[in-house]
Write a protein that binds this ligand. Structure first.
Ligand SMILES: Cc1ncc(COP(=O)(O)O)c(C=O)c1O
Length: 389
C-alpha cells in the first residue's frame, strides 16, 4: 500500500511512540493528582510538553489549552467566543472553504440569532484559486462582528491564506481572529504573534503524532481572550476545558511538533519536489488534467498537497481501480457527506469536475520510488477507465 492520504492522518513516527510509551505503563498518574510522585511526574511531563508546544508557535505556555483534537478546538474557539455574555455582537465571519469542524458550529449558531457571513474565494482556474482576498474580510467587518475565523492551510487544495494581512486587519478593527491551522502547523512556519492570531486550533495526528489530542491557542494579553467553556467538570486547563488530560497523547504531541519543526525546511523542500514530480508525471502522460487549487508555489500551497481533476473519470471508480494506493477522492471529504467536495464547488468547479478529482497528500514517509510507482498506477487506471467510457 502506498500511503498518500497524509492530510487525513499521518503514521505515528516511531520516535513519538518511544516518547509516549512510559506514560501508559510506568508513569501512568493523573496529571491532576499532585499529592503523590506518580501524579507529579505526569504533571511535569504535561507542563514540559505545554512549554515546548507553546514555543513552537511563539506563544506562552498558559495560552495552550489541550483538547481532544482540532474539531474540539474549533468548536471551543467559535462557540466559546460567540457565547461569551460580554461580546461585541452576534456577527461571525468565515470562509466557504473551511473545514466542517468550523462550518458545523457556525451553522448551529446561525440557527440561534447569530448572523454568519461566509466569504467566497478566488475561482478556478487561476494561479490563486482558493485564496481569500483580505479586502473581502475588510468589507465584511461590522461594529457587531465578534469573530473572524479563517484557516491557514486548506485540507483539500492546500491553499495557504494570507493570514498576516487578515490578522493585521482584524487587530486594527478590534475583532478577534480564530485560525484553524490544523494542516499548517509542523508543515510551514507558524508564529501566532507575526500572524496576529488570537485563537488557533491544531492537532497531533496531522504531524506524525497520536490521534485524539489537540490544542487551542488562546491569547492571554493584547488582547485577553475570554471563552465560555464548552466542557464543564473538574476545571482543568484553567477552567477552559475540563477533563483528565491525555498525558501520553500530550507528550507525543509535543515530541511530534518538535520533530516537525527540526526537520521542517528540508522536509518541505523534499515533499514539494516529490509533489511537483507527481504532477509533472501525471500531466505529461494524461491529457485533460486540471490542477485544482492554486499554483504549486510554496507561498500559496502546502508542499505535500496535490489535487487533480481527471476529466470525465469518476474519482470513486478510479479509487476502486487502484487498491494499492491510499488517496482520497473529492467526493469523500467528510464521512457524513458523500456529496462532491464543498471546497471544489466553492471554487466554481462543476459537480462533475469535483467528482473526478483526487487529493494526494504526501508525507514524511513517502519516497521518490513510491511517487514513480504512483504515476504508473494512476496513469494506467485513468487510461483504462477513459477507454471504457
Ligand atoms: C483543516 C482541518 N480542521 C480540522 C480537522 C479536524 O481535526 P481532528 O481530526 O483533530 O478533530 C481536520 C482534520 O481532518 C482538518 O483537516
Amino acid at each position: 500500500m502506498i500511503y498518500l492520504d497524509n492530510h487525513a492522518t499521518t503514521r505515528v513516527d516511531p520516535r513519538v511512540v518511544d516518547a509516549m510509551l512510559p506514560f501508559f505503563t510506568e508513569k501512568y498518574g493523573n496529571s491532576g493528582s499532585v499529592t503523590h510522585a506518580l501524579g507529579e511526574t505526569a504533571h511535569d511531563a504535561v507542563e514540559a510538553a505545554r512549554n515546548s508546544i507553546a514555543r513552537g508557535i511563539n506563544a506562552e505556555p498558559n495560552e495552550i489549552v489541550f483538547t481532544s483534537g482540532a474539531t474540539e478546538s474549533n468548536n471551543l474557539a467559535i462557540c466559546g467566543v460567540a457565547q461569551r455574555p460580554r461580546r461585541r455582537g452576534n456577527h461571525l465571519v468565515s470562509v466557504q472553504t473551511e473545514h466542517h469542524a468550523v462550518l458545523g458550529p457556525l451553522q448551529k449558531l446561525s440557527k440561534r440569532d447569530y448572523d454568519v457571513t461566509l466569504l467566497p474565494v478566488e475561482p478556478h482556474p487561476s494561479e490563486s484559486a482558493g485564496c481569500l482576498d483580505p479586502q473581502r474580510v475588510a468589507d465584511a467587518l461590522r461594529d457587531d462582528t465578534a469573530l473572524v475565523s479563517v484557516m491557514l492551510a486548506n485540507n483539500e487544495i492546500g491553499v495557504i491564506q494570507p493570514l498576516a494581512e487578515i490578522g493585521a486587519l482584524c487587530r486594527k478593527h478590534g475583532v478577534l481572529l480564530h485560525c484553524d491551522a490544523t494542516q499548517a502547523v509542523g508543515k510551514i512556519p507558524v508564529d501566532v504573534d507575526h500572524l496576529n492570531i488570537d485563537l488557533m486550533s491544531f492537532t497531533a495526528h496531522k504531524m506524525y503524532g497520536p490521534k485524539g489530542v489537540g490544542a487551542l491557542f488562546v491569547r492571554r494579553r493584547n488582547p485577553t481572550v475570554r471563552l465560555d467553556a464548552q466542557i464543564l467538570g473538574g476545571g482543568q486547563e484553567a477552567g477552559r476545558r475540563s477533563g483528565t488530560l491525555n498525558t501520553p497523547g500530550i507528550v507525543g504531541f509535543a515530541r511530534a511538533l518538535q520533530l516537525c519543526l527540526a526537520e521542517l525546511p528540508a522536509e518541505a523542500e523534499r515533499q514539494a519536489k516529490l509533489r511537483n514530480h507527481l504532477w509533472t508525471g501525471l500531466n505529461e502522460s494524461l491529457p485533460n488534467l486540471e490542477l485544482c487549487g492554486p499554483q504549486l508555489e510554496e507561498s500559496v500551497r502546502l508542499p505535500g498537497n496535490l489535487n487533480v481533476s481527471f476529466g470525465n473519470v469518476d474519482g470513486e471508480a478510479l479509487l476502486l481501480n487502484m487498491p494499492q494506493l491510499a488517496v482520497s477522492s473529492g467526493a469523500t471529504c467528510a464521512s457524513t457527506d458523500p456529496g462532491p467536495s464543498h471546497v471544489l464547488l466553492a471554487l466554481g468547479m462543476s459537480e462533475d469536475q469535483a467528482r473526478s478529482s483526487l487529493r494526494f497528500g504526501l508525507g514524511r514517509f513517502n519516497t521518490a520510488d513510491e511517487i514513480d510507482q504512483t504515476i504508473g498506477i494512476v496513469v494506467q487506471a485513468v487510461e483504462k477507465l477513459r477507454h471504457l467510457t
